[in-house]
Design a protein around this ligand. Structure first.
Ligand code: SAJ
Length: 422
């Protein structure tokens, strides 16, 4: 049985591109979201998030009539849940958005439907999702009680796309598909085969959940290693960028790059889902999180030292006169996303710690968040460089790498990304 209508619940950074890609394959797609504004924007053929080329794909999908957004659940043959899964204050996973999403579709479910959890989730979340549905729809049977004969098929298929490359990676990446039964997996493979060119690899739901958490924890641990090296090298007066470049010449060594800390919505969150389930065992994963979380504080201290050194070298100057220029606010290079950005946190801290002028250079945004307007000014790179006494490099945007080094002479430099490492 093929799919007639697909419903994507949650039209954010994952849900909207996924909905648009299904629609681009001429599938009838309903996008369900609680955000009325987002629904309105999408139904105009526009987008409310930033992702290269997504505007064109959504525009085509909406104008051709394949994609429609709504705030009210409608019947479909497959439901993909792509809502946020943050953690709570105590770093325990917060599944309240998944619960709300599942409850919003429960009433329209019918025999034969497939429900997929795409959101990154702690181990056991897919089983929990099935339980929530079963509690509401006791007239339907679910895999936990009816196995392969269940009315509703349930699977976990974590998204794995890299922000900035979502449309390409959605199609090309392999997918890990963990059904609660084999038939659940088979049905989910059928669904993703509509657009996925990579392999759809089948496993259990728990393994699929752990697989996604493992991928992001692997990256977090490796970035923590690089960040720890950067702090060690700073103490030992060694250029960490040169060190990594040299060590990576070994055929079996591939160290990642240090930075101001780890940002984004996934890598700084997902490892805690493992720690929360197995706190006694997940020692390395927890420590890596702590190392990466401590890096912005270390950077702030470096800036404080740099300001102090500048003052020592310029005895006639007071702290109020020292101008600091911060390069980059986003959570990684060449994007415009400020959410969970260590650079943003560091800049705000500098604004509190330092009494003088703090300039910001961020070529990927047009204006600063309103709350920052009073304290900071957004300037062109050349202007900020010529004015600054202390230069803080926080994000290695491509355009920053082209800045002439000559302009740095006489300035104190804190380079967290190795852009000026020579
Ligand atoms: N970072 C470093 N040094 C590095 C690499 C990254 O400091 O060498 C920093 C970045 O600057 C950024 C943070 O880590 O602040 C995360 O950036 P990222 O590019 O590593 O990852 P995300 O958060 O954009 O996307 C990750 C990806 N996961 C992996 O690469 C294992 C993506 O494939 C996932 O789909 C995504 O998380 C997600 O949604 O889970």
């Amino acid at each position: 049985m093929s799919f007639d209508t697909i419903c994507v619940v949650g039209l954010g950074y994952i849900g909207l591109p996924t909905a648009a890609v299904f629609a681009s394959r001429k599938m009838k797609v309903i996008g369900l979201d609680v955000n009325e504004l987002a629904v309105e924007v999408i139904n105009r053929g526009e987008i409310h998030i930033i992702e290269p080329d997504l505007d064109m794909v959504v525009h085509a999908a909406v104008t051709e009539g394949y994609l429609r957004a709504t705030t009210k659940a409608e019947p479909a043959d497959a439901f993909l849940i792509a809502v946020p899964t943050p953690f709570k204050q105590d770093r325990q996973p917060d599944l309240s958005y998944v619960e709300a999403a599942v409850k919003s579709i429960a009433a329209v479910l019918k025999k034969g439907d497939l429900v997929i959890l795409e959101s990154t989730s702690p181990v056991g979340a897919t089983e929990q999702m099935a339980k929530w549905l079963a509690e509401i729809r006791s007239d339907l049977s679910f895999p936990e009680t009816h196995g392969e004969e269940s009315d509703i098929r349930i699977a976990h298929c974590p998204e794995r796309v890299l922000p900035g490359h979502v449309l390409r990676e959605l199609v090309q990446n392999d997918r890990v598909i963990g059904g609660l039964t084999s038939k659940c997996s088979e049905r989910a493979v059928e669904l993703y085969s509509i657009f996925v060119q990579g392999k759809c690899v089948v496993t259990t739901a728990r393994t699929a959940e752990m697989c996604k958490l493992t991928e992001n924890s692997f990256r977090d641990v490796n970035i923590a290693f690089a960040n720890e090296l950067s702090m060690i090298c700073d103490k030992l007066d060694i250029n960490v960028w040169e060190l990594i470049e040299l060590a990576n010449r070994h055929p079996r060594v591939s160290i990642l790059q240090p930075g101001p800390g780890v940002g984004g919505h996934c890598i700084a969150v997902d490892p805690w889902f493992i720690v929360s389930r197995t706190p006694a065992e997940a020692k390395l994963i927890r420590t890596a999180r702590e190392v990466n979380d401590s890096k912005p504080i270390w950077v702030k201290e470096k800036v404080k030292l740099a300001i102090g050194e500048f003052l020592l070298e310029h005895p006639d100057t007071t702290a109020k006169d020292v101008k600091v220029a911060c390069f980059g606010l986003t959570f990684k290079p060449d994007i415009d996303d400020l959410r969970e950005s260590p650079a943003l946190g560091i800049v705000k801290e500098i604004g509190i710690m330092h009494s003088g002028c703090v300039m910001i250079v961020e070529p990927n945004i047009e204006k600063l968040p309103t709350a920052m307007l009073n304290r900071f000014s957004l300037l062109d790179a050349q202007v900020a460089l010529s004015e600054a006494d202390v230069v803080v490099m926080l994000v290695d945007h491509s355009s920053f790498k082209m800045l002439p080094r000559l302009n740095l002479e006489g300035k104190k430099i804190v380079d967290t990304r190795g852009v000026w490492n020579q």
